[in-house]
Design a protein. Sequence first.
Length: 188
Amino acid sequence: MHTPFTNSLFRATLLAFVAAAPLFSACNDDNDDPTPDDDNEQITTVTYKLTPTNGGAPVSVTYKDADGDGGTAPVIGSLTLAANTTYTGELTLLDETKNPAVNTSAEILEEADKHLFVFEPAPANLMTVTRTDKDKNNLEIGLQTRLVTTTAATGTLKITLRHQPGTKNGTSAPGDTDVEVTFPTTVR
């Protein structure tokens, strides 16, 4: 048998649930039109091949982090270049966590308007690196370069790939880093 108190309590509880129902449905995370993430590239291997413009054997240097971020430390090669020499350069990037390995350079070229390579020699007068390829907006990319060494010296060459979807403006500031490698460098 229901008493007036029980009926009032039942009505109050039912009213509270009915009033709260829109709040629960408003927190629904379903998205009928999800947009894909524009994730950074997975890069395990970076090879920089430099060919002297006056002839001679190409020189290359490789960074390899077979297991990707974390885990085993990467293997970083050393770069040795001739003094007062001009080279044409080509970067090759791979994702070797996949089988078969993915040529990330090709993906970067397809999305060139979202990527920029930054080259930072230290000391700054060790060499100059000029990006020679451009995207559809006439902004430099950096998969292809011209590198000119100066006199004999030692230092480093840092290569950074900036991921800049929707923000690429020709500078290194916007976006985030896909990969950054510092090669010990000798010019002799």
